[in-house]
Write a protein that binds this ligand. Structure first.
Ligand code: ADP
Ligand code: ZN
Length: 215
């Protein structure tokens, strides 16, 4: 089964992708994570994309589709893909169709997380993660139980994404509205879109997604 998680920045795609991965024979393919890894590694690619990401703009369609192509090569035929943060434009949506068709795969579900944009800015600008295990936290909604200590792994180092500031978040949302939301009709025509309320708790959203995957 191959699925897309779609929704504006901060909608919870990454969290839900990890939960799906933990419960199914499926692998999260996050272009944002791939690009952040490239930036961190200091590779030429990383240097090219860093400024674009810091501004909240989209990197080139060819580049992200090439990243996805590589990952699909590594994915066994029995493993499902959870596309997270990809596709983000019509051109990427067309590339994804080709990349899947070349491998005899096809999309089963597109799950849109619907959220209130004002709440998103609040969610995103407060979020941080454990540098060791990746557990997510929030300045106002979910602080570690013991100050400066990760609930999950006991780590003491935390990190924030450089693009999680208000100005960049507004640009990321504008990009979503202008370029990403318009790809939904492509999938609507195929009858594979499910819309769920992304403002509920992470558990409630997860339960909704599980229901869709069982259909
Ligand atoms: P979010 O959904 O929270 O904005 P992501 O981690 O998916 O964050 O993406 C972070 C940044 O990486 C984006 O703002 C953009 O610059 C770049 N990026 C990620 N995926 C894509 C993509 N499919 N196409 C173009 N740029 C992308
Ligand atoms: Zn941790």
């Amino acid at each position: 089964m191959d699925i897309i998680l779609l929704g504006p920045p901060g909608a919870g795609k990454g969290t839900q992708a990890q939960r799906i991965e933990a419960n199914h024979a499926m692998v999260q393919l996050s272009t944002g994570d791939m690009l952040r890894a490239a930036v961190k590694s200091g590779s030429d690619l990383g240097k090219q994309v860093q400024a674009v990401m810091d501004a909240g703009e989209l990197v080139s369609d060819d580049l992200v589709s090439a990243l996805i192509n590589d990952r699909l090569d590594q994915l066994g035929p029995d493993a499902g893909a959870i596309f997270d943060g990809y596709p983000r434009t019509e051109a990427q949506a067309r590339s994804l169709d080709d990349l899947l068709a070349q491998r005899g795969r096809q999309l089963d579900h597109v799950i849109e997380l619907q959220v209130d944009e004002d709440a998103l800015v609040d969610r995103i600008t407060g979020r941080f993660t454990c540098a060791r295990c990746g557990e997510g936290y929030h300045d106002r909604y979910k602080l570690p139980q013991v100050e400066n200590t990760c609930d999950e792994c006991g780590g003491h180092e935390f990190k924030r994404r450089p693009d999680d500031n208000e100005q960049t978040v507004r640009t990321r949302m504008a990009e979503y509205r202008a370029k990403t939301a318009p790809i939904l009709p492509i999938y609507d025509q195929r009858g594979i879109v499910s819309r769920i309320d992304g403002m509920g708790s992470m558990d409630a959203v997860q339960a909704e997604i599980e229901r869709i995957l069982r259909d």
